[in-house]
Design a protein around this ligand. Structure first.
Ligand code: ZN
Length: 259
């Protein structure tokens, strides 16, 4: 069910059964923006159906938060419906490469062995696409380097490539007037397991990018909306945890959370 966050912002919550991420919707006076393209044609259809049920028009634009399958595989379906697609260059370069991927057992096995794909994603993907059939990967029509501002009519969306611990191409969307931040998976762990020191450093960089933005509510990719302080606190806690692991501080010497 579509959730209304503010008068101008809605989202379809994530679904853990096949790891579908949330899909956002920002309604301007003139245009509307969809945040992430979903995992499959079925995921897109569910989203469009929910918009219709709520009397909301189809999105004019869709933007991709990063290249992972669950956020981009619905793009081909959206392009067929003439929704204009936006991604940062780094994301689009990944999509151009992924379009050449084959879905035979051998090709999948080979990508798993090189770390291009991970077991968990393949399990989820197969539930969304039985036998890995009918996977279509599209590329974005509009690309930007690090920052793009969209005026939807009374609503300004700032798309910022922030990178961070999850993927280098992670883009967040700050909806200025509503003080809402679509975070995507930017604060999540890299599924390919980067070294702890690098992970901690990237968390710090992300925190540094988020702190100056005056958002109040956050819509993350794989859990429900939360308040600004919760998001920033979780990143700080994750940094502390990684630091403790790095330097092997005995638990008896660690400072308790929140002190
Ligand atoms: Zn991801």
């Amino acid at each position: 069910m579509l959730r209304k966050l503010t008068d101008m912002i809605y989202y379809l919550p994530n679904d853990e059964s096949t790891d579908r991420p949330s899909i956002g919707y920002v309604k301007g006076r003139k245009y509307s923006l969809m945040v992430d393209a979903g995992a499959s044609p079925l995921h897109v259809q569910l989203f469009l159906h929910e918009l219709e049920q709520n009397g909301l028009k189809r999105p004019d634009f869709v933007f991709l938060t990063h290249w992972h399958w669950d956020h981009v595989f619905g793009l081909a379906t959206l392009k067929e419906s003439n929704v204009l697609s936006i991604a940062c260059k780094m994301t689009n370069e990944r999509l151009i490469k992924m379009r050449k991927w084959e879905w035979t057992p051998e090709a999948i096995e080979s990508r798993l062995s090189t770390g291009e794909d991970v077991e968990f994603c393949m399990r989820m993907m197969e539930m969304e696409y039985p036998g890995f059939r009918h996977i279509q990967i599209a590329t974005a029509e509009i690309t930007f380097e690090d920052r793009l501002v969209l005026d939807l009519g009374g609503i300004t969306c700032e798309l910022l490539r922030v990178g961070g611990p999850h993927t280098e191409d992670s883009v967040i969307c700050f909806v200025q007037e509503e003080k809402v931040l679509f975070l995507g998976d930017a604060s999540g762990e890299d599924l390919l397991q980067v070294p702890a020191r690098e992970y901690r450093c990237k968390l710090g960089d992300l925190l540094h990018r988020l702190e100056p933005l005056p958002f109040e509510l956050v819509v993350p990719g794989h859990w429900g909306d939360e308040k600004r302080d919760d998001t920033l606190r979780d990143i700080c806690l994750e940094m502390e945890k990684t630091e403790n692991e790095l330097y092997h501080i005995p638990s008896s010497m660690q400072v308790a959370d929140g002190k």
